[in-house]
Ligand binder design. Structure first.
Ligand code: PMV
Length: 313
């Protein structure tokens, strides 16, 4: 009798961003990155052996090329059977909340258990990276780094060691028109800012590692906002330009900047989408939530803590 296996993984938000790839076949980023894994938001993926590979996301059958390619890569290596994949996200899919990061991390974790593949977490992170590079980071909880030459993610701070909060302001539920993969390819090919971006990334990464080690919030805030804005700069200067922000995103950025100038421990970051992520200390969380609620409405606020590892349930 065929039995099923279910895994859960959390999305992550990058503080030091990756945008651009140096090797398309292996899906290797051109810049190192650092992220925080998010509690509360999760992807739950159940797999069961079936006659064909089929994919259901939020109860809708879809033909996802990226997932099918990922499955054939794993199948080539391990000979796994064909499967039915059922995935549920408790947050909007494909709108800049890293659903592909948690999605591939949950799928890799479920496959590992279901077919007794025996991969370590570190090996799973390499496997998940083939689906989506940010997914390598979602295998781990806490604050996570992803850098060469191995391009395996690792946890540099576990949850609880530095109790940061991540307050998400959802400014739109629409799917983005240009995926991250397509967008970063265009940036690499056309943005005059792409090479400087890649050149400065290692220093930003190293400085951020030391800010985290010293729990230096101000330094982390400066480095993270700069990394985000530099990435946005490469997006804006891409042809055709990639504008993922909307007017509400910008209103939230201004509100966060205002709180930061007034001395609150908070900073913003955004990804390939319009959602705002405010990172703050627990002391600042109430005011940050109030301020962002005034802009997007209380139902569009998600208050997260630092999340844990991808796991079997
Ligand atoms: O992992 P991908 O290929 O979906 O790209 C994610 C890129 C950003 O979210 C914009 C930045 C990052 O480092 O997560």
């Amino acid at each position: 009798m065929s039995y099923s296996t279910t895994a859960i993984a959390h999305p992550n938000v990058a503080l030091i961003k990756y945008w651009g790839k140096s090797n398309l076949t292996e899906n290797i980023p051109s810049t190192p990155s650092i992220s925080i894994t998010l509690s509360k938001l999760e992807t739950k993926t159940t797999i069961v052996e079936d006659d064909f590979d089929t994919i259901w996301i939020n109860q809708k059958k879809i033909n996802d090329e990226k997932i099918l390619r990922f499955l054939s890569q794993i199948r080539e290596k391990t000979g796994i059977a064909t499967i039915k994949i059922e995935t549920e996200n408790n947050f909007p899919t494909g709108s800049g909340l890293a659903s592909s990061a948690s999605g591939f991390a949950a799928l890799a974790t479920a496959l590992n258990q279901h077919f007794s593949l025996g991969f370590t977490q570190s090996e799973l992170s390499t496997i998940a990276r083939k689906g989506s590079a940010s997914s390598a980071r979602s295998i781990f909880g806490g604050i996570v780094s992803l850098q060469g030459p191995s391009w395996k993610a690792r946890s540099i701070e576990q949850d609880g060691e530095w109790p940061l909060r991540i307050i998400i302001a959802k400014t739109s539920s629409e799917r983005k028109e240009i995926s991250s993969s397509e967008g970063m390819k265009l940036t690499r090919e056309t943005s005059p800012f792409y090479q400087p971006w890649v050149k400065e990334a290692q220093k930003d990464f190293d400085d951020c590692l030391s800010a985290i080690k010293n729990q230096d919030f101000e330094k982390l805030a400066d480095l993270s906002e700069k990394s985000c804005l530099k990435m946005i700069g490469t997006m804006l200067s891409t042809s055709p330009s990639l504008i993922y922000w909307n007017p509400t995103t910008l209103a939230c950025v201004h509100a966060i900047k205002k709180m930061r100038t007034a001395g609150k421990a908070v900073f913003f970051t955004t990804d390939a989408g319009p959602q705002i992520k405010a990172i703050c200390t627990s002391e600042s969380a109430e005011e940050v939530t109030k301020s962002l609620s005034n802009i997007v409405g209380p139902t569009n606020i998600i208050d997260c803590e630092i999340g844990g590892d991808a796991r079997i349930v």
